[in-house]
Design a protein. Structure first.
Length: 446
């Protein structure tokens, strides 16, 4: 029987991941206010989101290894300290460069918290049923973070300005740390775990450079030396990273993980999933505020149905998966993503915000695919590598989100310089169609 101490331990663990997702979504509705205060234009707004997701995605796998080597509790608390400290630095930033540096540190904190929270649950709840319930709570509370971000951000910006959205994460992080310190023991340390420093450096350079190419291309010109150098560095680093994983003794992503094609499909679908979801949140928020002229509070309320539907569908996906296998919820979710993105592509300068919210809510049905593709990834690798397989999937998702914000932002403005959803949402629709075709053609039916 679970004790009260177990319950408080679970709340503390889950609250950390709540902070990670809150930090990822709360800032979208504050982008206009940040740009007005600190400048930077559309590129600056892309980097405010991208600096967090790039650092998050690039460091995720190494962060999991650090937790195994140094203790997941210790690294989890370090991640929370980075989230809280960098959140305060964001709130106090005097210019855009200071804000972006602090956002990178926040992303590093998120990378530590995410895998270490799962490791803490696995260690704290060793019995299968208790662990399943704990993981369900972890998913539910994290979904609350995703859903709360836009509406809470809108209310905070209206009440206290853009800096308030960064102050908001601090008390949650402090509370999570206090609960874990009081109730959760340290995990065993696996000192034999090695860090792939070469792979980590190449992965970080590749993701950062490719994002920089997409951000600078529209303003500097796609054939400019800056954009071409960034693209070249990104592609070269990506190729070098793939080669290094076959050469180093302890690679970040062992090639053997892809022995079952199901794993590669799940990772690809995961990248496309976040490409569309994070890119849509970014584009729709700017479209609402700068094209339709809605307030930050209204923008948050319009985005709320999208994030709520994602969270609800993610919770329902497990039940459908248990009855039918992962293919059905993935097909249903990705199909909803296609329909919703096409609907959003039809929104114009005179569209009613409530109609935009309804179309976005339809896209939120893509949440059905999220737990299902995770189950595919975990089931396609040996049991001893299940944690690493989930880590690779989550890293791919965060990388897809970073590229989505940068890439869709590059085609967001119409000839008049206003955000238009037509081109960006058609690209999202194409991404979800590709993910749907991969699922229908390659995910096996049980």
């Amino acid at each position: 029987m679970a004790s009260a101490r177990d319950g408080w331990s679970l709340i503390g663990i889950c609250l950390g991941f709540f902070v990670v997702l809150l930090d990822a979504t709360i800032v979208n509705v504050a982008l206009g206010a940040i740009e007005a205060a600190l400048g930077g234009g559309l590129g600056g707004q892309q980097w405010v989101v991208g600096a967090y997701t790039v650092a998050f995605g690039a460091l995720l796998l190494s962060a999991g290894a650090a937790g195994d080597r140094c203790g997941s509790r210790r690294m989890y608390l370090l991640g929370l300290a980075l989230l809280a400290g960098a959140g305060m630095a964001c709130a106090l930033a005097g210019d855009l460069s200071q804000l972006l540096i602090a956002r990178v540190v926040q992303g590093a904190g998120a990378a530590l918290v995410t895998p270490c929270s799962l490791a803490l649950i696995t260690h704290r709840f060793p019995e299968a049923r208790a662990r399943a319930r704990a993981l369900g709570a972890w998913g539910g509370i994290s979904g609350m973070g995703l859903a709360a971000g836009p509406v809470l951000g809108g209310l905070l910006v209206d009440a206290g300005g853009w800096r308030a959205v960064f102050w908001a994460v601090v008390p949650f992080a402090v509370l999570a740390a206090a609960l874990v310190v009081a109730t959760t023991p340290e995990t065993p340390r696996r000192t034999a775990v090695r860090a792939d420093l070469v792979g980590q450096a190449l992965a970080a350079v590749a993701l950062t450079a490719l994002t920089a190419a997409l951000v600078t291309g529209p303003s500097a010109g796609w054939n400019s030396s800056m954009a071409l150098m960034a693209a070249g560095a990104g592609l070269a680093s990506a190729v070098a990273f793939a080669a290094s994983q076959r050469l180093v003794r302890a690679p970040m992503i062992p090639p053997s993980l892809f022995a079952d094609s199901q794993f590669g499909v799940a990772v690809g679908v995961g990248a496309l999933f976040n490409f569309g979801l994070y890119g849509t949140l970014f584009c729709v928020a700017l479209y609402l505020e700068q094209t339709l002229g809605t307030s930050t509070r209204t923008t948050g309320l319009v985005l709320l149905p999208l994030t709520v539907v994602v969270a609800i569908c993610a919770a329902l996906s497990g039940r459908i998966n248990a009855r039918t296998g992962p293919r059905v919820p993935m097909v249903l979710g990705l199909g909803a993503g296609v329909l919703g993105s096409v609907a959003l592509a039809g929104m114009g300068a005179g569209s009613a915000p409530v109609v935009v919210g309804a179309a976005a809510a339809l896209l939120g049905g893509v949440g059905l695919a999220m737990p299902a593709m995770t189950s595919v990834a975990v089931s396609a690798v040996p049991a001893a590598s299940a944690g690493l397989g989930a880590g690779v999937l989550n890293a791919a998702r965060q990388a897809g989100g970073a590229v989505g914000v940068a890439g869709l932002g590059a085609i967001l403005l119409d000839p008049a310089g206003r955000p238009s959803l037509l081109a960006a949402m058609l690209v999202v629709a194409a991404g979800y169609v590709l993910a749907l075709l991969l699922t229908v053609g390659l995910i096996r039916t049980p």
